[in-house]
Design a protein around this ligand. Structure first.
Ligand SMILES: [Zn+2]
Length: 332
């Protein structure tokens, strides 16, 4: 495959199973070779941000014009079927190179970054964005690049800009405030579901976000709890298709995996669809919910208030009843 890098340093790192440094090296090289990535990366230096302090956590608003296409992307089946898939290897830009991972995925640099180093991890073949069956791969990926990066997943109906092509994203650890604040949030707002030597599962409602967290060094246990969650949540939400979730997988050698499952009721808030003055271009997905809320239009960035951020977040999450029921069933 032409897209796969032949760089000898990267090949060496892959040979040592060091995908963290291989990915880091890919980003360094591609920045030099590929002008689109270079300008995307440079534009990050001019990104503006402002911080909203809530009780026990922060949400950063980021003005990032490079995210215009992604934030406003039309992801309805008709629009999707009428465009060329931008994640299929034959449609990637000429200069783009990637790293093959376990013969199933390709690690690519994202030319429209939010993270200082931002990757798209795409499935080699064109197949729909579905977490069931790919969750275990997500755990492996996040472990194998965990020296510097965490991995995120956006469901096909709540944030993925390619709902027809399976992909994850990865970016610098601790860039999203929740990476650092997780334990404080869990202690302050969490309700224990399962807690023993091998596994910790919590239901959390911090006033803005509702999520389930799974922590364990044991991959099988994480997968088992996730499957139970998935089935329960699908039933509760009365879904035949994938229930709306965004995931963050954060891995540390000493503690293992920490999965955050954001529980979504809505893809986009009402202000996204409003006309005129009331309109705000904001479309929350994993990174936004992790605490870096992206605004591609400057006017939205300047007028957004702490109260509005809180309202927008609350609006796109499930209600207390769903969280409570989920906790009850997962516990059994
Ligand atoms: Zn595709």
């Amino acid at each position: 495959m032409k897209v796969l890098t032949k760089d000898p340093i990267i090949k060496n790192l892959i040979g040592e199973n060091n995908f963290s440094d291989a990915a880091k090296q890919l980003f360094e090289i591609q920045k030099e070779q590929w002008s689109m990535l270079n300008s995307g990366f440079k534009s990050l230096a001019t990104v503006k941000s402002k911080l909203f302090q809530f009780d026990g956590f922060k949400i950063k608003a980021q003005f990032n014009v490079g995210r215009m296409i992604s934030t406003s992307a039309k992801v309805d089946p008709k629009s999707i079927s009428e465009r060329k898939c931008f994640l299929c290897t034959e449609n990637l830009p000429e200069e783009q190179r990637g790293i093959l991972y376990t013969d199933k995925y390709i690690i690519l640099c994202n030319p429209f970054p939010i993270f200082p180093t931002h990757f798209t991890l795409t499935r080699k073949e064109h197949r729909p964005q579905r977490i069931f069956g790919a969750f275990s791969d997500m755990l492996d990926l996040s472990k194998d690049i965990s020296r510097y990066y965490s991995v995120i997943y956006n469901g096909p109906r709540c944030g993925a800009s390619a709902p027809d092509h399976l992909h994850f994203q990865a970016g610098n650890k601790f860039f999203m405030p929740i990476d650092d604040e997780f334990h404080q949030i869990k202690n302050e707002y969490g309700k224990e579901i399962i807690e023993n030597d091998n596994l910790s599962v919590f239901a959390v409602d911090d006033g803005l976000r509702k999520f389930i967290s799974i922590e364990s060094l044991n991959k099988k246990l994480v997968v088992k709890v996730f499957k139970k969650f998935y089935n329960t949540y699908s039933e509760l939400m009365n879904e035949n298709q994938e229930p709306m979730i965004n995931l963050i997988s954060f891995y540390e050698e000493e503690y293992g995996w920490r999965i955050i499952i954001f529980l979504r009721a809505k893809h986009r808030p009402a202000v996204f669809f409003a006309e005129g003055e009331a309109k705000m271009l904001v479309s929350p997905a994993a990174i936004d919910l992790g605490g870096v809320c992206v605004f591609p239009r400057e006017e939205d960035f300047y007028r957004i208030t702490k109260e509005q951020i809180a309202d927008i977040f609350k609006e796109v999450f499930v209600d207390e009843v769903v969280l409570k029921k989920l906790a009850e069933v997962i516990k059994l």
